[in-house]
Design a protein around this ligand. Sequence first.
Ligand code: MC0
Length: 146
Amino acid sequence: MLTRIDHIGIACFDLDRTVEFYRATYGFEVFHTEVNEEQGVREAMLKINETSDGGASYLQLLEPTREDSAVGKWLAKNGEGVHHIAFGTADVDGDSEGIRDKGVRVLYDEPRRGSMGSRITFLHPKDCHGVLTELVTSAPPADQEH
Ligand code: MC0
């Protein structure tokens, strides 16, 4: 069951300048940063609020580490902006199978590594009314890499 908005992914050209915009304009602070080489991104997670399922909702600022990455290609075509939305679930495996059975393309056969040790998969934007959609199971709080 999808229980929260885990994060909204925002593609940017310059992570440090974008982080500074969110800090100076809204007062949001960086909760976590990491480089995910598999996904080709350097990212900053800004925690917005805790959620009633024990998780949290974040803004995820994404700078590509290479031009041929998903975010690099998308930025070259569209410029900066909202890249994807991510729903949180306790069971990314079960939920992605259930969604695949409904005819939506799930991009990975098995969930891959996401932010802070989470397990993630993506749904094809062309099957989701133009929205690249991610499903996330967070690592247990004690195991979260932060
Ligand atoms: C591409 N399209 C999108 C889109 N990206 N539509 C909406 N939102 C997006 N973000 C559209 C294009 O405009 C194009 O439509 C069509 O999909 C094919 O795009 P493409 O440019 O030819 O690119 P593909 O087909 O090579 O790849 C698109 C695809 C890819 C969605 C399969 O980006 C992908 O695998 N994404 C999942 C991984 C990802 O995004 N990682 C970065 C975040 P037209 O109409 O022009 O044909 S990593 C992350 O977020 C992690 C670290 C985390 O949360 O923990």
